[in-house]
Design a protein around this ligand. Structure first.
Ligand code: NAD
Length: 308
């Protein structure tokens, strides 16, 4: 057994066994880690148990005796409540001293920094490692992790995260992983709106989708929103546009991430114009039927809002 073997990592309490958490926990178990799961929704726990994740009856039970607490929650408010405890002892109080609190959720940068401060003040260690790659990446173990942690944590984090992901980027200290994630996703939201506007303009000017794609994909407008997630059917057969915008990356998640970007832009006092506008556009998209559609479906709104 080597020093870095899964067994020496101790027990991992995996909290939040939703779309992403369950397959991530399963991959840790397959790699030989000792994992105990918990979710507040009984159906999520039942599904995780069925998938082979042993579950505790409470978060406190899962965390007692753990050396790592890995969270995959919907929001930072939920994370902070769980850490502090809402009316009962929080995870920071229940966990053994020097536990590594590893949050892989996508949350507000300011809340990630607050969570790290609380964690360190309680005598534990902290890391944020939000992901990209979606449910497909979680199942395949090919996620990208953006890590915000002290250098001294990287060796242990690498042993854990490389089981669930294929690319790990150490972005800096506490909160830096969340910061990198929302900067990237803000650019993604803006570039998808730009790609969609370009294709609708091309339609109006009589260009075929393929002709415009052939130019953009090899010219200076080239971007992931066009070459991988092309908002029109045809040029990129695997893009969600070819299957009626079944996600992919859902509009609800893009709206959420742009909301987090908006908070960070305001906190940092950035003179941004497109980030806030993209947040507004995707909030409307999500609220008016796009929540469960791929975010490239924004092109439909642009087309529908254009003159006949
Ligand atoms: P999800 O809603 O499917 O899962 C979250 C789970 O957390 C739920 O099962 C919920 O019951 C559970 N939960 C909530 N509060 C809890 C608590 N106090 N204790 C234990 N469990 C609790 O969401 P998801 O799609 O799995 O996403 C999880 C996180 O990953 C989010 O922050 C999301 O933004 C991020 N993310 C998701 C995707 C994606 O494609 N789904 C991609 C990248 C990042």
């Amino acid at each position: 057994m080597t020093e870095k073997s899964p067994v020496s990592a101790g027990r991992i309490a995996f909290l939040g066994l939703g779309h992403m958490g369950e397959p991530m926990a399963v991959n840790l178990i397959k790699a030989g880690f000792d994992v105990v799961g918990f979710d507040v929704v009984p159906a999520a726990m039942a599904a995780a148990t069925e998938a082979g994740v042993p579950c505790a009856t409470s978060a406190a039970e899962a965390v007692t005796g753990a050396s790592v607490v890995l969270t995959m929650f919907p929001s930072g408010a939920i994370l902070l409540d769980a850490y502090r405890g809402a009316g009962e002892p929080g995870l920071l109080e229940v966990a053994p001293p020097n536990t590594l609190f590893l949050d892989c959720s996508t949350i507000d940068v300011a809340q990630a920094r607050e969570a790290a401060e609380l964690t360190v003040a309680a005598g534990h260690r902290s890391a944020d490692a939000p992901v990209s790659g979606g449910v497909v990446g979680a199942e395949a173990g090919t996620l990208t992790f953006m890590i915000g942690a002290e250098e001294s944590e990287i060796e242990q984090l690498t042993a854990l995260l490389e089981v669930m992901g294929k690319k790990l980027v150490h972005c800096g200290g506490h909160g830096a992983g969340q910061a990198a994630k929302i900067c990237n996703n803000m650019l993604l939201g803006i570039s998808m709106i730009g790609a969609a506007e370009a294709f609708v303009l091309g339609e109006k000017l009589g260009l075929s989708h393929q002709a415009l794609y052939d130019v953009i994909s090899t010219a200076s407008g080239q971007c992931w929103a066009v070459t991988t997630n092309c908002p029109v059917p045809g040029p990129v057969p695997a893009s969600p546009a070819n299957r009626d915008y079944v996600p992919g990356f859902a509009g609800a998640l893009m709206a959420k991430d742009l909301g987090l970007a908006l908070n960070a832009l305001e906190d940092a006092g950035v003179a941004a114009q497109l980030g806030p506008l993209a947040a507004q556009i995707y909030r409307k998209f999500a609220d008016e039927g796009g929540a469960g559609r791929d975010f490239s479906g924004i092109i439909t709104d642009i087309r529908d809002g254009s003159q006949a």
